[in-house]
Design a protein around this ligand. Sequence first.
Ligand code: HEM
Length: 509
Amino acid sequence: MHSAPEVREGATAPLPHSKPRPCNRLTHGDRFGSQVHSPPGFLPQLRDKYGPVFTVHLGPRRVVVLWGYEAVKEALEDRADEFSGRGKLAAFEEVVQGFGLLFSSGERWRQLRRFSLAALQDYGPGKRSVEERIQEEAGRLVEEFQKTKGSPFDPTFFLSRSASSVVCSIVFGKHFDYADESFLDLLAKTNQVFVHLSSTWGQLYEMFSWVMRFLPGAHKQIVRDLEDINSFILERIKENQASLDRDNPQDFIDCFLLQMEKEILNPATEFHLRNLVMTAFNLFFVGTETVSSTLRYGLLILLKHPEVEEKMTQEIDRVIGRSRMPAVADRSRMPYTDAVIHEIQRFSDVIPMNLPHTLTQDTHFRGYAIPKGTEVFPVLSSVLQDPSRFRDPESFDPGRFLDEQGHFKANEAFMPFSAGKRICVGQEVARMELFIFLTAVLQSFTLKSPVPPRDIDLAPHGGGFVHGPPCYQLCAVLRGNGSQTKEERPKDRPQGTAGAPPNHTPPAT
Ligand code: HEM
């Protein structure tokens, strides 16, 4: 056995240069920015030279890269236990210190993961479901779009607020007013952390944190922002503690507090305040930017391809109509919309490099001996754009997710949420959000681009952990429907669910 091939030339391979684009600054007080990135351009060349498993050095960090569907699937699915450890993000280490679901490994991670999966899915009878919470936010999003009265606007701020409100509702059980200063501050700081992580500075810090942590610079701001976010979460936890109804937990924090009480006499328990703060932070942090970037990309793609938007709208009118809010149960009867959303996720590729994994034991993989603790990047871009699984992967084509009869056709290389034991814990929530938000918007509006579709550039810009589209503006024009009466506006819940989502806004008059 021999070790994975070393990349000798350019042993310290810099990540691509990136700097925040002027249009990353969002509207509304210039408080937000968004950042995007692609896998470093040298990785495909290394794959061509060394095959789908190779080593790179990011500064002193030795990282094994897995490239393409076969290698990533074999590691994450067939060898799931061995590849289930979590790597580090240097910028987070000082604050996170291995606590919380996202950055833990071993027994701590297992317990937090099991708990989080259950808590995100099951609020029990009589509780507001995740779907209802998303429907409420979709109603608010439609209302906000409506206020633009068909004028051009940058949707970034609207979509970030909607995505983060869903997570806030699930985690804190609370909807923050869109003008609430503390909520806006939380959003701004979260976004700022993404901007810093994605900057050249942030990427250098990932490589040279061992020396840079002693110097002044943007990483100090990341630590301050993360501490502020955690203080905000701690305040919410105190509020939940004060109002906790033990028979009727309302949100993720309530459920965690009850588990803490159950395990209070267990000295080895992982259900303590530190893991609660960090896990709540993880859900908020990952759940906001990923969903809002996908939605932002999705709307831009629809502006570029009005024919796709039109077919989606026809399906929405046929299956859901315009008198009630879309519901997840509709998705199985809407293969075209389902295919478009899959293709949006494949094409937008929002976490291109994946999060770093580590090996939980010494491993033999594809002829190489790789020691326990080695950091591994199973690159998601290389799967979502693997030409052996997706023909002409660089083009946007929802048809690849449809069979000849127009039924939805799954593809095993569709892995935007990764795969195996560390697969995104919020994937069901995210899929509901993408479906309900996009269909609710198209139910009410026709999207128009201020520039001709042929001039729309879909190439991602910048660098960082989350992929986003270039900055753009859109016009949300209310769909005309003279025949629609007040009573026909979306307010009824879909069949099989009870009660109407409050605050839902009519799609069109
Ligand atoms: C389009 C939306 C989303 C995408 C593309 C996405 C993608 C991912 C990816 C690629 C990972 C890393 C998997 C790995 O390590 O192999 C991940 C992990 C995670 N995601 Fe998501 N995610 C999305 C939405 C969400 C949402 C809405 C939430 C919370 C409600 C969430 C919570 C998490 C958490 C907590 C982890 C860490 C899981 C663990 O380490 O075991 N994600 N996600």
